[in-house]
Design a protein around this ligand. Structure first.
Ligand SMILES: Nc1ncnc2c1ncn2[C@@H]1O[C@H](COP(=O)(O)OP(=O)(O)OP(=O)(O)O)[C@@H](O)[C@H]1O
Ligand SMILES: [Mg+2]
Length: 365
């Protein structure tokens, strides 16, 4: 049993609020990904959970006990750092066994547990090698084994796959998830990679600028983003400014002369909104039509399984739609219509989102 609770946790550096009043409950055996852009406070949050940094405000509870003032070694947590931090002068086996030896366990117990953990992480046969003789993925597994061998109740991982190549990252993703399930260990996994978060985690906690934006499963976060930031950060979104018009149960946003049907979650008629639509929620037309936007400078980017249609609208900037791989432009005009979108009160959209939307949406996210 190991549940974790952050209660109104904050950490302020001289001129930066790194973590701003974060409250999050992580359930026993749950795998939670802490996701957000660089500098949003993920590592700081994880280090506070591990006990390497003391919060300036709030409390951290593990199984209901306040551990805010406990040092790392008195918490049931183990942390894997992004850099692995293996000891270069020790063999793989010694790296993993180190913590057990510190605890003065009998030699045969140390050997047996070390061997078992190297087995769990899928590393048989390299026990006598040194870290420099291992691949990145193998080093990553050693770091994992070293963290797990002491039997922590909570595993904390800080971007553990960021040094690996794309193929290996995907494989290790599955491996880490398998190990987590096998050991039934409560896990907090820090990443800025949305695909890792979406594929691995039971729930995702999205952070921006120290503030927790939304906590939910992959479907919640993707289909029902709570803020314009989440809508833009997860997947990609077209963001436009408009005015909300509510009539009974249905709502539309007036964007220029077009009317876009939106989910507006209780916003009032007349609210200034940011409209967010996924590239896959756009209809591509060959002739002008009601509520469709003409695309200038249309071009296609090939993603293998599908293509992205990019273009500019004179008033709204870059727009992007997902089209089948057979789609061709043939120098003919194209128009897009939003079939589904969400509206957020415009004051929820920090300036950096608007800046980002103005950039080329061909960004590979
Ligand atoms: N020791 C420190 N002194 C001052 N500011 C710090 C310190 N550590 C972190 N910060 C600042 O706090 C904010 C959050 O940093 P943190 O390392 O938690 O971000 P992160 O989400 O882990 O980012 P990344 O994805 O780049 O690792 C950043 O603005 C960072 O510059
Ligand atoms: Mg970090």
């Amino acid at each position: 049993m190991a549940e974790v609770e952050l209660r109104n946790v904050s950490k302020v550096y001289k001129d930066t609020v790194a973590v701003d009043d974060v409250s999050l409950h992580i359930r026993d055996r749950e795998f939670v990904a802490l996701l957000g852009p660089s500098g949003c406070g993920k590592t700081t949050t994880l280090r506070m959970l591990a006990g390497f940094i003391r919060p300036d405000g709030g409390q951290i509870l593990i199984d209901g006990h306040d551990v805010t003032d406990l040092p790392p070694e008195r918490r049931p947590t183990a942390m894997v750092f992004q850099s692995y931090a293996l000891w270069p002068h020790m063999t793989v086996a010694d790296n993993v066994a180190f913590g057990l030896r510190l605890r003065k366990l009998a030699r045969n117990v140390v050997e047996e547990r070390t061997a078992r953990m190297l087995d769990v992480v899928g590393l048989p046969g390299v026990t006598k090698r040194y870290p420099s003789q291992l691949s990145g993925g193998q080093q990553q597994r050693v770091a994992l084994a070293r963290a797990l061998v002491l039997g922590p109740k909570i595993l904390l991982l800080d971007e553990p796959l960021s040094n690996l190549d794309a193929k290996l990252r995907v494989r290790m993703r599955d491996e880490i998830r398998r190990i987590q399930q096998e050991l039934q260990i409560t896990t907090v996994y820090v990443t800025h990679d949305q695909e890792e978060a979406l594929t691995m985690a039971d729930r995702i906690a999205v952070m921006n600028k120290g503030v927790l934006q939304q906590v939910g499963d992959a479907l919640d976060i993707y289909d029902r983003p709570a803020t314009a930031f989440v809508a833009d950060f997860i997947g990609s979104s077209n963001l436009l400014s408009g005015t909300l018009r509510v009539a009974g149960a249905s709502a539309v946003a007036e964007v220029g002369t077009a009317r876009v049907p939106v989910d507006a979650d209780g916003l009032a008629d007349g609210t200034a909104v940011t409209v967010s639509a996924r590239p896959e929620d756009m209809e591509v037309l060959r002739a002008p039509a009601a509520d469709a936007f003409a695309l200038e400078d249309a071009r296609l980017v090939n993603f293998g399984a599908y293509k992205r249609l990019l273009g500019r609208h004179p008033a709204f900037g870059q727009l992007e739609a997902r089209v089948p791989k057979s789609f061709r432009l043939d120098n003919a005009p194209v128009y897009v219509r939003f079939t589904r979108a969400r509206a957020f009160a415009s004051d929820e959209a920090p300036a950096d989102i608007t800046d980002k939307a103005a950039r080329d949406p061909a960004r590979n996210r």
